[in-house]
Design a protein around this ligand. Structure first.
Ligand code: NAG
Ligand code: NAG
Ligand code: NAG
Ligand code: NAG
Ligand code: NAG
Ligand code: NAG
Ligand code: NAG
Ligand code: NAG
Ligand code: NAG
Length: 760
């Protein structure tokens, strides 16, 4: 009896360990023009932790207002997971004659040191390049390198016949320019010029020489580089340089032994040794036939080789390609034989007899078809009449007229066939949710270019449910708010009307907080994101409350009625319980709706639904966000059953810290968390009058959202913008200086370098 339990516990643990290595979906994956694929990432938890700086990136706004990516202090141009490469900017080193001081300027101790990372300078793609007419420059191991790791090489650029220079456009081959290869496996270098060669005598023709380690394909020599300042000016003082990266310092075989640290986690991925040999780390790659990111669970996806829009058609016989996991097959069509890969498919002789039989039987079939067509036309006419009847019953025409009279609202009427086709005849596999008053299907509307929608349909057609559908339709067709789920249209010609919404892909807030049914674990949600989602939902409710007089009351605010779109922005949904607040106090609702755990106690007592009932329910939503506990816990003791009473009890006894989600405690200052908790407490006031209005709640959450610290400890306008889904409110950060500007203004008397600042 005990054994299965132990196995269960063990497997749960290893799954948790593997999941722990995975970055949150909310990590920044793009900064300016640069894609940031995992294992790289901005902020802890977003990149692979190897104990060094290799995968640590930051996204900074430079003085010119552009977002740029840095690894430590090196600016990154792009990242390739497939090739295991990173392109960075390498500084051009100038060496110029200064007429006013009659001296050479620029002999500097420029150096790159990447020994704190697992980067190596790619020796196949980069070249040490020197430009000038009387110049010898060296590339050597950084100052301080000891023993066998030391190296030095150089290159000399001369212009024996100045007239030849013009002919040398494009080729760096010894006249005004020279290039040399570098040793493999370097992770740092320094550049220096030989003092014996200078441009003092030829300053009128060629004042400066330059040396740079650069990606060969990114450099094109021009004669004007020798005679003018164009080289430095046109490239902003920097050119790309290719680095190779790898994981760790062990071989594939060693890495696989420690499963918890092994980085190739995707199914269908494999380990590749670093090209620098044993002990220089490993890389991951998707297996043949798969493509994607091998460092993510399920990152490697099958390639559809049959997709002609992406690949050359792989089979010799058109229309015979079938995609399989990791490959494809070319199968001759039915009743033919041959080789569809590289040959042809031909008729199978034995099929000839069949053809004759088919010829005879098809005559019979035509007869039957004609007969049944006549019958079907008849039946269809009858069906159409019934549909028209339903349409009329639901006030369809009236509603349609009403819609037409309201300008600016896009609202479509769908036929039953269209919705059946969209959901594959309401196939169980398309069900995305089941609620108290209907089943929601995912569907694809063919006439709207395959727009993905959610279709809500009632299982039973009681008078009450029909009424709720009508109410939801009326309310949703009139309001248009970015945090309220959008109604596309409806279908009125069936007994129970169906509603068609825009499809919201990221599930409900309930699922985000508590995890899915299939055992999917709840994700780490940064505090700032929680406040943002709460703020958006509050905005939506405030809008509802203020939109009309008397106000529209949602009536069933809960985390499973708050959906999350592709950017994790909140969309309030399910208006089945909504109502217009009775203008006359004598009009009471006759039955209590809503969900246990969220219900306003005052409403239960008085049977009167007010906008403050939504505020109460919203307070419970805030609590769920703060505590990650469910609104109703039937397993708990009486007073602990309801999250609201559990919370009020804890606050009353000064035990707020105990019931908070441990995740946010470390991430956020207690002061801000307490303010959110205080807001929730006000929403849960027993007397509706004492609760703040939804507008006040939204404003307070807006303020707290701005206060709440950056999720990774330090505010950074770029990340925050991406996280909060808005435009950065902060101005360009003046302390984060653009690299190219700093190189252009460099003062050569100072020791300047990119890499580590030397101890002074
Ligand atoms: C990964 O595989 C692809 C195709 O199979 C190949 O082109 C690429 O070079 C491989 N990458 C590495 C780092 O081996
Ligand atoms: C020449 O050197 C002086 C003194 O260091 C400096 O002020 C001046 O800007 C330099 N000129 C050029 C063209 O670099
Ligand atoms: C340039 O080099 C020549 C020959 O080596 C030397 O005599 C002269 O002093 C140098 N000039 C400067 C400015 O370094
Ligand atoms: C190496 O660096 C040290 C300290 O930065 C400096 O004193 C020394 O001159 C440098 N040596 C060379 C050869 O650049
Ligand atoms: C070299 O390139 C420059 C700039 O593209 C151009 O102006 C010049 O005419 C070219 N010279 C030759 C000889 O092609
Ligand atoms: C490999 O890396 C680990 C941790 O970064 C380090 O402790 C170890 O000394 C390294 N081994 C070698 C052979 O470099
Ligand atoms: C396996 O990797 C983890 C995480 O890097 C490390 O803490 C642990 O010590 C490693 N185990 C072994 C046996 O090397
Ligand atoms: C054609 O395909 C068959 C089976 O895949 C293979 O044995 C044969 O070598 C191929 N012929 C050519 C010319 O590619
Ligand atoms: C970018 O910002 C990070 C912190 O956000 C800082 O540590 C880093 O030094 C900055 N890099 C540059 C080049 O300004």
């Amino acid at each position: 009896m005990l054994l299965p339990l132990i196995i269960l516990a063990l497997s749960a643990r290893s799954a948790a360990e593997a999941a722990a290595m995975q970055p949150s979906e909310m990590c920044l994956r793009r900064c300016g023009d640069v894609e940031i694929p995992y294992p790289f990432g901005v902020g802890s938890g977003c990149h692979l932790e190897t104990g060094d700086w290799t995968f640590v990136l930051s996204c900074n706004r430079s003085a010119d207002g552009r977002l740029r990516v840095y690894n430590y202090e090196i600016e990154v141009v792009d990242v390739s997971v497939r090739r295991g490469q990173l392109r960075i900017y390498s500084a051009i080193n100038p060496w110029c004659y200064n007429g006013s001081t009659s001296a050479m300027n620029g002999q500097s101790n420029w150096w790159y040191d990447m020994s704190i990372t697992n980067f190596r300078i790619n020796d196949a793609l980069n070249r040490f390049t020197v430009i000038g007419c009387n110049s010898l420059a060296y590339i050597l191991s950084p100052n301080g390198t000891a023993g066998a790791d030391r190296y030095m090489t150089g290159c000399m650029a001369m212009c024996p016949g100045a007239g030849r220079l013009e002919k040398e456009n494009g080729s760096c081959a010894g006249v005004g320019c020279c290039q040399t290869a570098i040793p493999a496996g370097l992770n740092g270098y320094q550049v220096s010029f030989e003092e014996k060669f200078n441009t003092s005598a030829i300053a009128g023709f060629s004042r400066c020489s330059y040396a740079v380690l650069v990606e060969a394909s990114a450099f094109d020599f021009r004669a004007s580089y020798v005679t003018t300042d164009e080289f430095m000016a046109s490239n902003g003082g920097q050119l790309p340089l290719v680095l190779d990266w790898a994981i760790g310092n062990n071989t594939c075989e060693e890495a696989k032994r420690n499963a918890s640290a092994y980085a190739c986690v995707s199914a269908n991925s494999e380990c590749v040794e670093s090209r620098y040999g044993r002990g220089r780390g490993y890389l991951c790659n998707c297996s043949a036939g798969y493509d994607g990111n091998p460092y993510l669970l399920d990152g490697c996806q099958d390639i559809n080789e049959c997709d002609e829009s992406r690949f050359r058609y792989p089979c010799s016989v058109p229309g015979t390609c079938v995609n399989t996991p990791g490959g494809f097959t070319c199968t001759c069509p039915d009743k033919t034989i041959g080789n569809a890969y590289n040959g042809t498919c031909g008729d199978n002789k034995s099929q000839l007899g069949w053809k004759i039989a088919i010829g005879i039987s098809s005559g019979v079939v035509i007869l039957i078809v004609t007969a049944s067509c006549v019958y079907m036309i008849h039946a269809k006419r009858r069906l159409a009449k019934i549909k028209r009847e339903h349409f009329r019953q639901h006030g369809g025409l009236l509603l349609f007229e009403e819609m037409k009279s309201r300008q600016g609202l896009s609202f479509a009427l769908f036929t039953q066939e269209e919705l059946e086709q969209a959901t594959n005849r309401f196939d169980e596999r398309n069900v995305i949710g089941k609620g108290g008053n209907g089943t929601v299907y995912r569907g694809t509307i063919a006439k709207d270019n395959g727009a993905v929608v959610a279709i809500k349909r009632c299982r039973l057609a009681t008078e009450r449910q029909k009424k709720e559908f009508g109410k939801e339709m009326l309310i949703l067709s009139q309001i248009n708010h970015r945090n309220i789920v959008k109604l596309y249209g409806c279908c009125l010609e069936v007994e129970v009307p169906m509603l068609v919404y825009k499809y919201i892909p990221n599930g409900t807030l309930y699922r985000l907080i508590h995890g899915g049914e299939g055992g999917a674990s709840a994700r780490r949600i940064p505090f700032a994101a929680r406040v943002r989602i709460a703020h958006q939902a509050a905005e939506a409710l405030a809008y509802l409350h203020s939109w009309a007089s008397p106000p529209i009351i949602h009536g069933d605010v809960k985390t499973s009625n708050i959906l999350l779109d592709e950017d994790y922005a909140a969309k309030v949904s399910d208006f089945g319980a909504s109502t217009l607040a009775p203008a006359d106090a004598a009009q009471f609702v006759t039955f209590v709706q809503g969900t246990c755990g969220y219900l306003d106690p005052e409403y239960m007592r008085t049977c009167r639904l007010t906008d403050k009932s939504d505020v109460y329910s919203f307070g419970v939503v805030l609590l769920e966000l703060l505590t990650c506990r469910k609104a109703l816990n039937l397993e708990e003791l009486e007073e602990e059953k309801y999250l609201s009473s559990q919370f009020l009890l804890a606050v009353g006894e000064g035990r707020l810290g105990e019931i908070l989600d441990p995740q946010i405690k470390g991430e956020q200052s207690m002061e801000v968390i307490e303010q959110v908790a205080e807001l929730a407490k006000q929403c849960l006031e027993i007397s509706g009058e004492k609760r703040p209005s939804m507008r006040e709640v939204a404003e307070e959450l807006d303020r707290l959202g701005k206060l709440s610290l950056h999720p990774w400890g330090q505010p950074n306008s770029g990340e925050l913008a991406a996280l909060l889904g808005g435009s950065p409110s902060m101005a360009a950060d003046s302390d984060q200086i653009e690299l190219s500007t700093s190189t252009r203004n460099i003062s050569f008397s100072d020791t300047a370098y990119i890499g580590i600042r030397s101890p002074r």
